[in-house]
Design a protein around this ligand. Sequence first.
Ligand code: UDP
Ligand code: MG
Length: 315
Amino acid sequence: MKKVSILIPAYNEQESLPLLYDKLTEVVGSLPQYEWEFMFVNDGSRDRTLEMLQELRAKDTRVNYVDLSRNFGKEVAMLAGFDYVSGDCVVIMDADLQHPPHMIAKFLEKWEEGYEDVYAVRKTRGKESKLRKSLTMTYYRLLQHTTRVEVLPNVGDFRLLDRKCINMLRKMRDAERYTKGMYCWIGCRKIGVEFEQGDRLEGESKWNFGALLNLAINGITSFTIAPLRMVSVCGILIATVAFVYMIYVLFKALFYGDPVAGFPTLMVAILFLGGVQLIGLGILGEYVGRIFNETKNRPVYFIESFNGEYREPEK
Ligand code: UDP
Ligand code: MG
């Protein structure tokens, strides 16, 4: 029998877990031809999430949980999940029921047809502010223009991945992760299925503006060096203009004399160039920072326990 793992990162999800578990058992009950595993990753929750997972595990052996040693963020929590799941394929979904469990059946259909990465495409984005929506779309367009890898808009982590893809993703141990880009980067046979994204039922979104901005910058800096290229091009352009202007100023001073003036020009030039240089330095810094973080070569996460005891993931 083929084994399907459902991977759910959970951070402070005590309100959502009972309902999620009910829904999942319902869906799973209607698909008896598969063996199931529910893999929860407790991402350092501060509420009763861990206790609830222990209770679930006690009454249902299909439930497994990885307890991380602190909050590492969803991207890393997913990697921990990849390391510990045992299924022939893995369905990743959020704990807050924004990802409807009934889609699992559709995913499996496509998987049986031979697709290795079945991703869900949001038809609508649920309740989100207009600003957040338009920022997201602009961001994707930007990302699209600067990378060779296609990163799909309106596609998230809600998807089914074949064991093959999971093994590929496990090899990519970036500390600052942008999994959404990685799915695209690894290739594999992909297909999208549409779904209606619901609203978070309980609790609140864990992403604030800062966290999203961080994810966005990670997305760009981990997939492309286009910003560096942009700074170089910008530098060349400015230098060319400056050179032409220099000749002009020189000749003017030579032939017409130089009654000291031009303070505004001077200020504008200094401030503008200062600004451009700082931006350039900042962009350079982003990449140097990433090199710093990756060269430390630390394990990406540490676990407290797997189902209550310590265990290394299988190779
Ligand atoms: N999550 C996590 N660690 C975090 C933040 C979130 O594991 O530091 C999980 C969270 O429990 C949920 C999923 O990631 O299962 C998506 O989080 P959320 O619903 O807050 O994000 P949104 O739907 O607003 O993008
Ligand atoms: Mg959510």
